[in-house]
Design a binder for this molecule. Structure first.
Ligand code: ARG
Ligand code: ZN
Length: 466
């Protein structure tokens, strides 16, 4: 490349890192306000995301060869400057950057940790829409989350899986990797002929040339990068539809096909049941990916097509599909709001049990409340104890218990209206815990939720029951 990466003056770089380590890194940027900041003040992941711009669309052209584990990519981001920018930062972990252009012109760039800082030839004025293209390649890294889970680009026996919450996506494409910046995606993946590549959204065709096949997928509604996925392998991909005509794409590793067949056949039922409770399905297709995941030990609500590391039980299927409403459509504003995803998806499981001859939500609540041990009381759902605890029981079970306490307060009909209304109010957007409590209060005027918020949502320890 003719443009050598620029270097930040050492002292300035050290200071930025220090400030980032001590506080949340400001989206507000530097003293003169010209370079976009690194990080968007996430309370748990201060380096995640970047300030000064808003991505509208990602076009990712990827090519992967399982034998060498080499990924080659071109990422084109269409973004808008939210203030005057002399430089902007993207998140990318590992991989080699070859060339960066902004609006087709060569741009200088620099890398430090997970930040890829791009300096366009000309400043980008506030409000301006621009395109950044990054060419990159290499063997992607596996990222270990603070809680020890492996995510990113994970090799499998016959291909690879790209997925991860909260931070895996920066291992396979440069971007604004924070849930607050959602965008549409066009993802194309070229693989050796005979393999298939599945991603979010709907297929836009496949073409073969010189022993390789390209699969194109489009996710048109806004998506957080942690919900983006690519699954490459020897999949059988089946398309069916729900009773209402919503396409269902299911990709299953052939070795898991027999075990997964019956439960995946229930996807249309689950989606219709969920639509009845949560309102219209928020996206243009649904489905599932089932693959032996190498390192990935957990299921994830990857958009439209949740990932399962093996045939799921019906309850896990319900959980991941419920996330399409709560998580993928209504997305947390920061990682502190994770309970809005996990509490709702867990409560969806309780509702499913209740509606299908299992325990009622009240019985599940009572059993959890009475259970010995203090794992679910370790911290309040809305204030996780740290980045390593975002997916711990207080976020899931106690999060669901908060919803159950609201249901007890307002009654079944109002509670149903609330589930739907919350999904409708923030459809395809972002919301935080304050938005949620405000929404609940607005929808049940006259009701006092103070004790529920103080004790169940924000309070330490095991709350007393009234
Ligand atoms: N959101 C996933 C679920 O459906 C779990 C993600 C777990 N991630 C992690 N780093 N432990 O519950
Ligand atoms: Zn979940």
């Amino acid at each position: 490349a003719e443009s050598a990466p620029f270097r930040l003056p050492r002292l300035a770089a050290v200071r930025v890192l220090l400030v980032c380590a001590l506080t949340a890194c400001g989206g507000g940027g530097g003293v003169d306000g010209t370079p976009g900041g690194t990080g968007v003040r996430d309370p748990y992941f201060p380096k995640a995301g970047n300030g000064g711009y808003d991505v509208a669309h990602y076009a990712l052209d990827l090519s992967y060869t399982p034998g060498s584990r080499r990924l080659t990519g071109t990422a084109t981001l269409t973004a808008r400057a939210t203030r005057d920018l002399s430089a902007l930062s993207l998140d990318l972990k590992g991989l080699d950057v070859g060339r960066v252009t902004v609006d087709g012109r060569e741009a200088r760039w620099n890398r430090a940790g997970q930040e890829l800082t791009v300096r366009p030839a000309d400043d980008l004025g506030e409000g301006r829409t621009f395109r950044v293209t990054v060419r990159y390649s290499g063997v992607p890294e596996t990222i270990t989350d603070p809680d020890g889970s492996a995510e990113g680009w994970l090799p499998t026996a016959d291909g690879a899986l790209a997925l991860g919450e909260p931070t895996g996506s920066m291992a396979w494409f440069p971007g604004n990797h924070h849930p607050s910046d959602k965008a549409s995606y066009d993802i194309s993946v070229t693989v050796p002929r005979g393999l298939r590549a599945v991603s979010n959204g709907e297929p836009r065709g496949e073409t073969s040339a010189r022993g390789r096949t390209t699969f194109r997928w489009r996710a048109a509604e806004p998506m957080a990068s942690y919900a983006a996925t690519v699954a490459i392998g020897d999949f059988a991909v089946r398309r069916t539809t729900t009773g209402e005509g919503l396409p269902v794409y299911v990709a299953v590793d052939p070795r898991q096909a027999a075990a997964a067949r019956a439960v995946l056949a229930r996807i249309p039922d689950v989606v219709e049941w969920a639509e009845d409770l949560f309102g219209p399905y928020p996206f243009s297709s649904t489905g599932a990916i089932v693959d032996r995941a190498g390192d990935a030990g957990y299921a994830l609500e990857t958009r439209d097509r949740p990932f399962f590391p093996g045939a799921p039980g019906p309850r896990l299927l319900v959980h991941e599909l419920a996330h399409q409403w709560y998580g993928n459509s209504v997305t947390p504003r920061t990682w502190r709001d994770t309970w809005l995803n996990e509490g709702f998806a867990t409560y969806a499981e309780w509702l499913w049990e209740e509606d299908h001859g299992g325990d009622t939500a009240q019985e599940i609540f009572d059993a959890l409340y009475a259970a010995p041990g203090d794992r679910i009381w370790a911290f309040p759902p809305a204030r996780p104890a740290g980045a390593a605890h975002l997916f711990d029981p207080p976020v899931y079970q106690r999060g669901a218990m908060v919803l159950h306490r609201i249901r007890q307060a307002v009654g079944d009909d109002a509670f149903r209206a609330l589930l739907r209304g919350w999904a409708a109010e923030h459809r395809h957007g972002n919301a935080d815990t304050g938005d949620f409590t405000a929404y609940v209060e607005k929808s049940a005027p006259g009701e006092d939720f103070g004790a529920i918020w103080e004790e169940w949502l924000y309070g330490e320890g095991r709350p007393k029951l009234p």
